[in-house]
Design a protein around this ligand. Structure first.
Ligand code: FMN
Ligand code: SF4
Length: 525
């Protein structure tokens, strides 16, 4: 592969998932071994490629492209360095990274650079097409920028799928001087990690997206509200913000345009409800994270009473490529009203967990089996929760539904932030319904009655059903309670908790009635 003395460039991820399985130790071991044998080896810390079952995934640069090895342990360093100085053959060799089926079939637009560049190197970002979107935006009027975003069909990736361009236009149209751009990086949904992966693996793309948003609507200040459990994202973002400021991509005069955009990082309060946009604004203002009554919308009266863009990380990080390649390029991906791509996150009982960015339209079954490889336990997949803890449980009979906002609504489910949590046939869905109510009870901000009281009553009712106490009347009561929460809650926490509960009741009723066939019961319990 390389002459024994030829310089080598080796990539070892700095992503949290890779760090959790020893990537730092692997990087140290490879550098140490290279020094020991007198080799010229540069170790670059990249983002993750999103194939988590292979982490730490180490790549080495070859004339044919990057070659992947994994999962690598520190003890493998000696053998790997020796292999790289010969022909590269090694038991952990996976072949050329780009040819791995999991990556090859993906359509990476937002994640185009994640895993490829050094996340905190501005030079690397620029060398891979970074800041071309902002350079173009600086030649356009606010209206023209927003038209591009609207025409691209981009809808909010934080869960509600609201058209991003319409939100920005509302902020642009407010005749006041002080406006803000805020990024919702609270990422509280179970099984989701795409925001974190972008912030750790390509923080400049988020910074660029926020800067374009600020230039478009006339906001001169932005805040990233970052989940407190993301210390590595914090480090990457702070380094990137500093580099962007030093190079004039942020600050009082963005690239000599005469337009200002300052960006600050704020650490979140550590509550699920602080991801709800109005709670997030309260928390950013230094108050308790409690939901605000709407109207007024944040776009009209948001942070400190000023018109404010609130967007998810992925929404904002998708903007640079839209401005760079044009609205039509982005809109050409997807189906129906779901345009572009969504970075799906595979988690739970799945063999190949990780990130799959694909155009809307592939089916859930394709995602689960062609990418995920089926369940990790090898047992049949029984239910899949899509869209976080407030998402419906999708049964096997609906696995052929295309991943599309409207198609999911038709089956009583939601795509949300694209998190997919998998359960095999040992799952007890009555307990999952109970968990949904319990989660809501714990995380409720307490402002409205259906959620604050209803969720606690919900736990009690499920317990009575499972215990066989007045089962039918209690089933009816649970349905009624769900209806009240759905229609009477002030925000999505109480308003969407019925989704997992009702879907469990609809598709997995036997679990509530204690009549599940023994073949489906967990043999471990
Ligand atoms: C209980 C609750 C939690 C939420 N958590 C998040 C979150 O962690 N991140 C996020 O981007 N949106 C979250 N949302 C959605 C936000 O309220 C809001 O719709 C979103 O940030 C808007 O950005 P987007 O249009 O780019 O999706 C949550 C909503 C609810 C009701
Ligand atoms: S639904 Fe729950 S979290 Fe939302 S405002 Fe009401 S009490 Fe608060």
């Amino acid at each position: 592969m390389a002459a024994a003395s030829a310089p080598l460039t080796v990539y070892v991820p700095r992503d949290s998932s890779a760090l959790s399985v020893g990537a730092d130790e692997v990087a140290v071991a490879i550098a140490g071994e290279a020094a020991r044998v007198g080799g010229d080896v540069t170790v670059v810390r990249n983002g993750s490629r999103g194939m988590y079952w292979l982490e730490p995934l180490v790549e080495v640069v070859t004339p044919a492209g990057r070659r992947a090895y994994g999962p690598v342990q520190p003890a493998d360093a000696e053998g790997l360095v020796a292999a790289w100085r010969r022909d590269g053959a090694h038991p952990l060799d996976l072949g050329l990274t780009e040819s791995l089926p999991y990556l090859k079939g993906q359509e990476r637009l937002t994640f185009a650079r994640v895993g490829i560049t050094d996340p905190v190197s501005l030079d690397d970002y620029l060398a891979h097409g970074g800041y071309r979107g902002l350079e173009r935006a600086l030649t356009l009027s606010g209206e023209a920028i927003i038209k591009e975003v609207t025409d691209s069909g981009l809808r909010g990736r934080g869960g509600a799928a609201f058209p991003t361009g319409i939100k920005w236009k509302t902020v642009l149209d407010q005749p006041v001087e002080r406006k803000y751009v805020t990024c919702n990086a609270d990422e509280g949904d179970s099984g989701t990690f795409s925001d974190r992966m972008v912030m750790e693996g390509d923080p400049f793309v988020l910074i660029e997206g926020m800067t374009i948003a600020g230039i478009a609507v006339g906001a001169t200040r932005g805040y990233i509200y970052l989940r407190v459990e993301y210390p590595h994202a914090r480090v990457a973002l702070l380094e990137a913000i500093e580099a962007a400021t030093t190079a004039g991509y942020l600050g009082a005069d963005v690239r000599g345009s005469g337009k200002a955009f300052h960006l600050e990082l704020r650490i979140a309060a550590g509550a699920y409800i602080c991801g709800e946009e109005t709670s997030m604004l309260e928390s950013l203002e230094g108050k308790r994270g409690e939901v605000r009554v709407r109207p007024p919308l944040p776009a009209i009266e948001g942070l400190f009473g000023a018109p404010t863009i609130v967007n998810n990380v992925i929404s904002l990080a998708s903007v640079p490529i839209i401005l760079d390649r044009g609205a039509a390029h982005y809109r050409d991906f997807g189906m129906g009203r779901s345009r572009g791509t969504l970075p799906f996150q595979l988690a739970g009982n799945i063999k190949q967990g990780g990130l799959v960015e694909k155009a809307f339209g592939l089916t859930l079954r394709e995602l689960l089996y062609e990418y995920g490889g089926g369940s990790a336990s090898g047992r049949p997949i029984r239910a899949v929760q899509v869209g976080g803890p407030l998402g419906a449980y999708v049964p096997e009979s609906d696995f052929d539904t295309p991943l599309d906002y409207e198609k999911f609504t038709e089956i009583g489910a939601l795509l949300g932030h694209g998190g997919v949590v998998v359960f095999d046939d040992t799952v007890d869905m009555a307990q999952m319904a109970r968990y949904a109510m319990e989660f809501c009870a714990i995380e409720s901000c307490g402002k409205c009655t259906p959620c604050r009281i209803g969720s606690t009553r919900g736990v009690e009712v499920v317990d009575r059903i499972v215990a066989g106490e007045n089962r039918e009347p209690n089933m009816a009561l649970l349905e009624e309670l769900c209806d009240t929460m759905l229609n009477g809650s002030l925000c999505g926490l109480g308003g969407l908790t019925p989704y997992p509960v009702q879907s469990a009741l609809k598709h997995f009723r036997a679990d509530f009635e204690g009549v599940r066939p023994p073949s489906q019961r967990d043999s471990r319990s």
